[in-house]
Design a protein around this ligand. Structure first.
Ligand SMILES: Cc1ncc(COP(=O)(O)O)c(C=O)c1O
Length: 303
């Protein structure tokens, strides 16, 4: 791991310490949650699936009618420069586009806004600390609210509208769970704050489809299943398919493959702690990343 880190932000064409980065108060990115983003990561100096993240970022922008003032190549260069300047080998690296300030405070026409591009890099963030991953998390199935319907806000557009996710997360924390998975409006499992999920039953992996972000770690887990000779599929999954699973894991850029040990306090079918498939996927994911799987060295993009 790294020694000294200086979290960095790119805004208005310059690099500043993240602690000094600001957003104009009347940017609808702040007042309306009118913004999209993407998070990629750097591990041992290499981006993971950088092109996939940058492609998804620009797709999210297009879905929200945002035109950030950068090309894909410029965005990649800025992300790499942030990671380099942050001085960490293992980094959390984010691209953000907001609607941008209105032409004047009394003009509410979204077409008048100058869309923005920000980027930032800081030390790698774990949704679940590695020590906690070793024993597996307790996942709570949220009952108090549902994931926003995809007809209202397209979940494949990675966005900062997290009120539903955060409400569910609080419900989980209040009852002593580590984290939460929300159901879609039609009652199927969807996703949690910052992660997708998989269930494993009789050696087959399944992940919710439909009302979810098509996560890049989720895509990687499906690919990994193919590499390991296992089957993985997207499916409509009822909550009972989680509670009766042999094992389960959550997955995200921020933490990789993170085993679930219990659901609402009840151990999954395989018994105590992380299951063998989840453990194997977690190990393979990190080993392959360290070996350069889908990697782009930061050093190749800076300078
Ligand atoms: C709502 C949501 N689902 C899933 C994910 C996981 O996506 P990825 O694997 O691309 O990080 C994220 C990541 O932030 C997310 O915010």
């Amino acid at each position: 791991m790294t020694t000294q880190s200086t979290p960095v932000c790119y805004q208005n064409g310059t690099y500043v310490p993240l602690a000094e980065a600001t957003v104009p108060l009347l940017d609808p990115g702040f007042t309306r949650g009118d913004s999209v983003y993407d998070t990629t990561s750097v591990w041992k100096g290499q981006f993971f699936r950088l092109d996939d993240h940058v492609d998804r970022f620009f797709e999210s922008c297009a879905k929200n009618r945002l035109a950030p003032p950068v090309t894909k190549d410029e965005a990649k260069h800025v992300l790499a420069e942030c990671a380099h300047r942050a001085g960490v080998e293992d980094a959390f690296v984010q691209a953000i586009s907001t609607r941008g300030p209105y032409a004047s405070p009394t003009n509410r026409d979204p077409r008048s806004c100058q869309n923005t591009f920000y980027a930032l890099a800081m030390p790698y963030i774990w949704i679940v600390r590695p020590e906690r991953q070793d024993v597996g998390i307790d996942l709570h199935i949220v009952t108090g609210n549902r994931r926003t319907p995809r007809e209202s806000i397209d979940p494949t557009m990675k966005n900062f509208n997290w009120l539903d996710l955060t409400k569910g997360w609080f419900e989980a924390l209040d009852r002593g769970s580590d984290n939460a998975v929300l159901c879609s409006p039609d009652g199927y499992l969807s996703e949690g704050p910052g992660f997708n999920m998989f269930v494993v039953k009789d050696g087959v992996l399944r992940t919710p489809r439909g009302n979810v972000l098509e996560g890049i770690t989720r895509r990687s887990a499906i690919e990994l299943a193919g590499l390991l000779g296992m089957s993985a599929e997207e499916a409509d999954l009822w909550p009972q398919e989680l509670t009766t699973a042999d094992e389960a894991f959550i997955c995200s850029t921020a933490g990789g493959i993170m085993p679930v040990a219990t659901v609402d306090g009840v151990p999954l079918g395989h018994g105590t702690g992380p299951g063998p498939v989840s453990t194997r996927f977690r190990t393979e994911y990190w080993a392959r990343r360290e070996a350069g799987w889908h990697g782009t060295p930061v050093a190749d993009l800076v300078g």
